[in-house]
Design a protein around this ligand. Structure first.
Ligand code: MBD
Ligand code: FE
Length: 284
């Protein structure tokens, strides 16, 4: 508690909240339906590759004990959602979404919360009276792969604030801040007023941050907007949008950037930053 600002979350606070949020959303996956044979071959493959790494690196017993303690700590801090979404999810996304032809997706991450405020096509995300950060108008259109506008498409959006903190996962931020569920208009269009988010740094006081520090990596994600975009008859798109020239774009700790996901905001006639992005949804 030396230099942390008033709403700076501890790792255990944000980790615990992320683990609770994941448990509550767990029902939506309804079991993976994976066969015993597939569990057997996948689990044996993963374990075999860990055994190989231990042999190749000549792991000592002291190192084995340190790893065991670290794994215990990740669970106790509630950091499995954080750790997995930062270091593993990008490969699951790449694998599961291979071969789609609509807009690019990327990882969901640990900070989605369902049931946020419904908003009309032209709206502002819920924010504090004096929300810090550069105002940003994010607008565009949702279409099918055949180019038809998708009337009534829904954009569920969430983002960090100007300090890089998410409501629901850091103390002192009102519930629902910078989160909202926007219904596009008859032409699939939307125009959302918000602020430009700051980059996100993984908490340094938890086991994930400890691993990153000890390994000499950095803990940053570039600034991003999170979106889940859906429409009837379409496959829901989980994605993130980044900012051209933004710090950490080329070294995202979560490896979740793609060239197709970069906004180029421009100041409008009123001087306010505007970013346009159209979403193309694959069929179900
Ligand atoms: C984030 O904000 C995020 O989007 C991901 C994927 C992981 C950690 C924090
Ligand atoms: Fe994020």
């Amino acid at each position: 508690m030396t230099t942390a600002s008033a709403n700076s979350p501890t790792a255990a606070e944000s980790g615990g909240a992320a683990t609770r949020a994941f448990r509550e959303q767990g029902a939506v996956w309804k079991g993976a339906g994976t066969s015993a044979a597939r569990v057997d071959s996948f689990a044996r493959d993963v374990l075999g590759r860990i055994h190989d790494a231990i042999r190749e690196h000549g792991m000592t017993y002291a190192e084995y004990a340190a790893v065991k303690q670290w794994l215990i700590d990740v669970g106790e801090a509630g950091e499995w959602p954080l750790f997995l979404d930062v270091f593993i999810e990008h490969v699951v996304e790449e694998t599961a979404n291979a071969g789609l032809s609509g807009s690019k997706g990327t990882i969901l991450g640990p900070y989605y919360l369902p049931g946020q405020r419904p908003l009309p096509a032209r709206c502002a995300l819920p924010m504090r009276e004096n929300e810090k950060g550069e105002p940003l108008v994010f607008s565009g259109q949702v279409r099918s792969v055949s180019g038809d506008p998708l009337a009534g498409a829904v954009l569920d959006m969430w983002q960090a604030d100007d300090d890089g903190y998410y409501s629901g996962f850091a103390p002192g931020i009102p519930d629902g801040n910078l989160r909202g569920v926007v219904t596009a208009d008859e032409a699939g269009r939307f125009e959302i007023r918000t602020i430009r988010p700051a980059p996100y740094e993984i908490p340094k006081d938890g086991p994930t941050g400890q691993l990153i520090a000890v390994a000499g990596w950095h803990a940053w994600r570039p600034a991003h907007l999170h979106l889940q975009v859906g429409a009837p008859g379409c496959r829901a798109l989980i994605t993130q949008l980044y900012f051209h020239g933004g710090q950490w774009l080329d070294s995202d700790v979560a490896q979740a950037t793609k060239p197709e996901l970069i906004l180029r905001p421009q100041a409008g006639p009123d001087g306010v930053l505007k970013a346009d992005y159209d979403f193309v949804l694959d069929p179900v």
